[in-house]
Design a protein around this ligand. Structure first.
Ligand code: FAD
Length: 663
């Protein structure tokens, strides 16, 4: 059948889960013509992932909706560990802070995935003036990438045929249970179960796209079209998940708890929004876990099949609850409200590549799957497209060379591999019996993993978009420039509180660096009022940036670069007119921008004035710090004309139409 409809888009996103929504958010923000489709007829409303790591909350702040999260989420502050005592009854053996105190302004938080998708979707609507919405239910039928050496290269080299599904065919099977559950994995309309009925050209649409993003989850159709392997194994460990409002005498129910019982298995307790608590419960054979014939289902990748499997059609919330009650004994556990449940088998897999021809990319669960216990799936998935989409936007707008796109795979594949390695360790420990591992070892792994699970320790390596010396490369150790000895190049800019020069209002720096797609050149001019040499350098930089012929001023006009000045002289005793006009620009009406000069000094109202100390920048020397549109520190140079020219040279490697500085 020939499709009757055709459309052209810059980017087609297949799949509207957290990864797809985050990509759409960037594209809406940056004005990229996007189409996003999903095979389900509605978004999800309960269950699934629930953990938000501090780094993702920082990112939400840059898109302007973190306050919605703060109002609604449950926040983790304390973690308890339970072990069997000499009588075999569980008792608390330790109480530790949850996460890493001080690593971020935000603590790890929890709320169900549906709410998070709602915030993302509302923000997309707002940024796109209501023009970008998820189109449902659509299923892709075919994907073709034009050969790189095509005689007449097309501007839209990826062709995807989509099929509109009937609405009632696209609701996930709930296996007849009354309670919403996640026991489905596919439904009528999935590729494995083609929709029955005659096909008409009216149901089909050919989309011509510059780029395609496969954000279509663990069983990614896009990944399969690209022939990318998803390497790893499924283990025999099976876990149940219950989202309930509990009735219990367990004293730590509003804290995160890891409970190892003597014979019943393990539980993880995660307090949630609205009095809900999520329980991750280890299920054993007999708990409706069936032994399967490994030969019964062929494997596509040739890896070992697990020997057991959840019988999804028989398992009920009551079965999972009964196991939980056994593990929690002697404490009671009953249910006032049941919101959602599921069961899953732990498997750890990573895709061997995240793209094909730098035209079709995969992100999120399509690239990496693992157990949900470290609360990482949704977070890492969103951070994948947070990393990729601004780069695509730059290329689509003709602002950057396509060579920057290779940094997506190099940066995010490493994160995925680290995640899988951590999850493997954590899952084994969690699923083991007491005695098989020591409590100390268990807590050590959790402790080591705490920083990683905040999402704040991701360290991108040298590339076109991260400039650190080759000597700094061991792929693990953070690299600090001598000019900013606590600010790691390749890591996200840690937050700090400053005072706005113009009106003395205290601000967190992250609040002043919204995701607008700009590179920020932060000029740390030190205590220029006390240091005449710095004052002269500040004026020279101002004059350099102001030259009309200077490409940096052109870049600022293009919205690629925003320059800001952060000095360390007392805010109240220096004058507004001290600062070069490039940091106090006027718009076409003559109205001045008052928000580009900040002071790192004590405020009379709030605790401020630790930025130079936090970043390891000397107040008598200063530094220039370049921050990427996604908040990662890309480069550090000295605060001189020479230094700023170095930034310009660096940008000219990937910004279209720039040649190295002559001035
Ligand atoms: P997904 O959220 O899976 O989104 C993929 C989207 O693509 C879906 O909306 C899907 O309908 C759509 N799609 C798939 N195939 C196609 C296609 N061919 N065409 C069009 N659209 C398509 N994580 C936790 O941390 N804790 C949990 O308890 C937890 N439970 C989960 C339970 C279930 C049932 C599932 C599916 C996932 C669970 N996860 C959990 C994992 C977490 O939800 C994922 O890590 C996260 O959602 C990944 O985001 P994503 O956008 O990559 O993929």
């Amino acid at each position: 059948t020939t499709p009757t409809k055709e459309s052209k888009v810059d980017v087609l996103i297949v799949g509207a889960g957290p990864a797809g929504y985050m990509a759409a958010l960037w594209f809406a923000r940056l004005g990229i013509k996007t189409k996003i489709i999903d095979k389900r007829s509605t978004q999800i409303f309960t269950g699934q992932a629930d953990g938000l790591q501090p780094r993702v909350l920082e990112v939400f702040e840059t898109f302007g909706f973190v306050d919605r999260a703060i109002k609604e989420v449950a926040v983790g502050y304390e973690a308890c560990f339970y072990e069997p005592d000499e009588n075999g009854l569980i008792r608390r053996v330790d109480k530790l802070p949850e996460g890493v105190p001080g690593i971020s302004r935000f603590n790890g938080s929890v709320i169900h995935q549906g709410r998070i998708e709602t915030w993302l979707s509302d923000a997309i609507s707002e940024f796109s003036n209501g023009t970008l919405n998820v189109e449902r239910p659509y299923l892709p039928q075919s994907l073709e990438i034009e050969a790189a050496d095509a005689p007449t290269p097309s501007e839209y080299p990826v062709k995807v045929v989509l099929k509109k599904l009937p609405d009632d065919n696209a609701s996930p099977e709930q296996f007849g249970h009354k309670v919403q559950n996640g026991l489905y994995r596919q439904f009528e309309g999935d590729q494995q179960n083609p929709v029955p009925g005659a096909e008409s050209g009216d149901d089909l649409e050919t989309v011509h796209a510059k780029y395609v993003l496969g954000c279509d989850g663990a069983h990614s159709w896009v990944r399969k079209q690209l022939g990318i392997e998803h390497k790893g194994e499924t283990t025999d460990y099976v876990w149940g998940v219950l989202d309930i409002v509990p009735v219990t005498d367990f004293p730590d129910i509003r804290k995160r708890c890891s409970i190892h019982s003597k014979d019943g298995g393990s539980i993880m307790v995660i307090p949630r929004e609205d009095g809900i608590v999520r329980f991750y419960i280890q299920l054993r054979e007999g708990d409706h876990i069936a032994t399967v014939d490994p030969a019964a289902e062929p494997t596509t990748t040739g890896e070992k099949k697990p020997a057991t499997r959840v019988d999804r059609t028989k398992l009920t919330a009551e079965h999972i609850l009964a196991t939980a009650q056994k593990i929690m004994h002697p404490y009671s556990l009953e249910v006032a409200e049941m919101h959602w449940f599921t069961a899953y088998q732990i498997g750890q897999r990573v895709a061997t590549a995240f793209q094909k021809d730098q035209r079709v990319f995969i992100a999120g669960d399509a690239c990496h799957t693992h157990s949900p216990k470290a609360g990482q799936g949704m977070n890492v998935s969103m951070m994948d497209t947070f990393n990729l989409a601004w780069k695509l936007a730059y290329v689509v707008k003709g602002l950057a060379k396509p060579s920057i796109l290779a940094t997506y795979e190099s940066e995010r594949l490493t994160v995925a591999q680290d995640l899988i390695a951590y999850d493997l360790k954590l899952s084994r420990l969690f699923s083991s019996k007491p005695g098989e591992i020591s409590t100390d070892e268990f807590r050590r792994v959790i402790d080591q993993g705490s920083a990683f699970t905040t999402g704040c320790t991701v360290n991108y390596q040298t590339s076109l978009l991260i400039d650190k010396p080759a000597a700094a490369e061991d792929n693990v150790t953070p690299y600090y420039s001598p000019l900013a000895t606590k600010l790691a190049i390749g890591m996200r800019l840690p937050d700090t509180k400053l005072v706005m020069q113009s009106d003395a209002r205290p601000w967190y720096l992250n609040q002043r660096l919204p995701s607008t797609g700009q590179f920020r050149v932060l000029v740390f001019m030190g205590d220029y009022a006390q240091t005449p040499a710095l004052k002269a350098q500040m004026e020279a930089i101002g004059a350099y940036l102001a030259k009309p012929a200077n490409s940096l001023s052109r870049l600022r006009a293009d919205g690629v670069v925003q320059t800001m000045l952060i000095h360390a002289s007392p805010q109240a005793s220096v004058e507004w007119d001290d600062f070069p006009l490039v940091f106090r620009p006027r718009d076409e009406r003559g109205v001045m921008d008052y928000w580009l000069v900040m002071a790192d000094t004590p405020s009379r109202h709030e605790v401020t004035g630790n930025a130079y100390e936090t970043y390891g920048i000397e107040k008598g020397v200063g530094a220039v710090v370049v921050v990427r549109p996604d908040g990662y520190v890309a480069k550090v140079v000295e605060p001189t004309v020479e230094g700023v020219r170095g930034v310009w040279d660096w940008l000219s490697q990937f910004v279209v139409g720039l040649t190295p500085a002559e001035v």
